[in-house]
Write a protein that binds this ligand. Structure first.
Ligand code: PEP
Ligand code: MG
Length: 319
């Protein structure tokens, strides 16, 4: 390992005692996918699909969508790719979706809610996207998983899963970005094949603190013990149901926090390609017991700074 740190993921990644953790990439377009492949990412944990739509004045045609997804996924040939369906609204406006102005967009009809309120014209957008993702994955030779953003209840998850399966998706999950989804995890997990935690939004909604507000950055800190306790609750329920739990928010990009997440029971970590080699190296140098000690220390901390410091000390007691 050079002074500059590791430059690739030497997967499959396991802890020193053989506990498997998937180290996968967050991508939005083909050049991110090429970077992900170049660093040796085991696959993609979050394909943000909004980019295809952000600049489009009208909905791209189904063949154009399919070709676009195929081109984005092609560099990951042979690997698993988790694609998130359109997450419109709040910080991600989609011009052609014509959404009514709302006083509180982050709390409004956004994410999967756009397609889950009986608005027939918008419904077709989701079903066409799902079909294009399924077709694009076949063309690219990747194993597709799909997940919906901004799910709050088991009923929302059930409706999404039914529509994704109808479009031919094999593995279907949801993002955990709303605290209610964690408190309702027992019912929600029964509906899905996997979940993936979006810590950026989950933190925003847990602390009622706009993720785009610099003044509130201290609250939007993934080391906040309240967030970690929420994740612990989710992982405990997921262990009972045997559901894989990924993290694809910024939290997964911090190697020290990645150790804590693994200790909590998170089974896959997804971050920008540049962050992956350091995350993978840290996991590969830790044993599961050290991860669990780090998690316990962080959970017991009174604040984010103490959580960070005590997790580090607990993971490497000899230093
Ligand atoms: C998240 O909310 O943590 C997430 C991964 O999704 P996005 O940042 O795209 O909202
Ligand atoms: Mg999000």
């Amino acid at each position: 390992r050079s002074a500059a740190g590791p430059t690739t993921v030497d997967g499959p990644v396991t802890t020193t005692d053989g506990h498997r953790v998937a180290v996968v990439a967050n991508i939005a377009e083909a050049k991110d996918a090429e970077r992900a492949a170049a660093v040796g990412a085991e696959g993609v944990g979050l394909l943000r699909t909004e980019l295809t739509f952000l600049s489009a004045a009208t909905e791209p045609s189904p063949p154009d969508q399919r070709a676009g997804y195929a081109a984005t996924m092609a560099p990951l040939h042979g690997r698993p790719v988790t694609a998130r369906t359109l997450d419109a609204g709040a910080d991600k406006p989609v011009p052609f979706l014509a959404m009514a102005p709302e006083p509180n967009p982050a709390l409004g009809v956004r994410g999967q809610r756009v397609f889950d309120r009986g608005a027939a014209d918008h419904d077709g957008v989701l079903d066409r996207q799902l079909a294009a993702l399924v077709g694009g994955a076949v063309d690219a030779g990747v194993r597709l998983k799909v997940m919906a953003p901004m799910i709050a209840t088991a009923a929302e998850a059930r409706r999404f899963v039914a529509r994704a399966r109808a479009a031919g998706a094999g593995e279907v999950g949801v993002m955990i970005e709303v605290p209610a989804a964690v408190l309702g995890a027992r019912e929600l997990l029964a509906e899905v094949d996997f979940v993936s935690v979006g810590t950026n939004d989950l933190t925003q909604y847990l602390f009622a603190a706009d993720r785009q507000s610099g003044a509130l950055a201290g609250l939007n800190d993934p080391w906040q013990p309240a967030l970690l306790r929420l994740l612990e609750q989710l992982c405990r329920e997921a262990a009972v149901s045997g559901t894989p739990v990924g993290v694809c928010g910024e939290a997964a990009a911090d190697p020290d926090l990645a150790v804590v997440l693994v200790g909590l029971g998170v089974t896959s970590l997804s971050a920008s390609p540049a962050a992956l080699p350091a995350v993978a190296a840290r996991i590969a140098a830790s044993d599961l017991d050290a991860c669990r000690r780090a998690a316990s220390a962080a959970l017991a901390a009174p604040d984010a700074a103490t959580a960070r410091a005590s997790a580090g000390a607990a993971a490497s007691p000899g230093l």
